[in-house]
Structure formats: structure tokens, C-alpha cells
Write a protein that binds this ligand. Structure first.
Ligand code: MG
Length: 156
């Protein structure tokens, strides 16, 4: 299976998400445990996470779903409405995020749950409702990438 790193970064950029956005959340998660942790180190480890094919596949499918909801090309009106309203009990977006975190162990899993509640930086921004915009999956993508990177840093 081919490495989709470039496609992944391009799609994230198109959706207004940078590696720095994810790295800021990683810094938020890990700064209290790693003395002197820099943003540069966080960006580097986030970039390493983005080379993981499982992560790439999850990011692409998740962001594509947001685009499909915005373009009104999802057949189920129930799912489309739930996505456009980012319904609290929809939950498939968090499941994708947890799935991404799963490969990176308990630090990633607990970090994902924590950051999903606190919503720092880009996660909070993506979670703010905007007319005609769907970022239901995008906020969890950022949270999961940040959490996987936090785990990788913790185990370094
Ligand atoms: Mg979400």
C-alpha cells in the first residue's frame, strides 16, 4: 500500500489544519511531563506520526466525510444532519480518533479522551459551529494526531 503522506498533508491544509496546530495540542498534553519541551520537538514527532499509514488512512477518510457532509452528498439525511450539527451523541468521529490512538497505547488513549473534553487551540476552533461548514471529524483528527504524538514523546 502506498504512503499517502503528501495527500494527507494536502487534505489537512485544505481543511485549515497544519502540523503546527497538532503540535500545539501535543505541547499542551505533554509539557507538564517533559521539562523544556519545545514546539520544534512537538512538530517533529507530529510529522513522524503523519508517516504512519494507519494514521494517514484514518485522516483521509475522516476529512473526506466532513467534505461529503458539506457538499450534501451523503445519502442518509439522518447522518448528514448529525454531522452538520455535530450532534453530541453521534460519536463515530470520536471512535475514529480512538482508533487512531489505539495503536499508540494507553498514553494516547487517555490523552485523546482528555483533549476531547478540554478542546485546546485548533480543536476548540474547529469545534465552534460555522454555517455550512462541517468539522465534525476534523477536531478528532487533530486531537488524535496530537495524542499519538504525545504518547510517542512520552515513550522516547
Ligand atoms: Mg468531533
Amino acid at each position: 500500500m502506498k504512503d499517502n503522506y503528501a495527500e494527507c498533508i494536502e487534505l489537512m491544509t485544505r481543511r485549515g489544519i497544519t502540523l503546527e496546530d497538532c503540535a500545539e495540542c501535543t505541547h499542551f498534553l505533554q509539557a507538564k511531563y517533559i521539562k523544556g519541551l519545545t514546539m520544534e520537538e512537538c512538530v517533529k514527532v507530529v510529522d513522524e506520526i503523519m508517516h504512519d499509514r494507519d494514521i494517514q488512512n484514518a485522516v483521509i477518510i475522516a476529512l473526506e466525510l466532513d467534505i461529503l457532509a458539506e457538499e450534501d452528498t451523503i445519502e442518509s439525511t439522518y447522518i448528514k444532519d448529525a454531522m452538520m450539527k455535530d450532534e453530541g451523541l453521534f460519536g463515530v468521529d470520536e471512535l475514529i480518533g480512538l482508533g487512531m490512538a489505539f495503536n499508540y497505547g494507553p498514553v494516547a488513549l487517555t490523552s485523546f479522551g482528555y483533549i476531547d473534553k478540554i478542546k485546546p487551540g485548533k480543536i476548540g476552533e474547529l469545534n465552534t459551529p460555522k454555517e455550512g461548514v462541517c468539522n465534525t471529524f476534523a477536531d478528532d483528527v487533530v486531537g488524535a494526531i496530537a495524542s499519538c504524538a504525545a504518547s510517542k514523546l512520552a515513550h522516547a
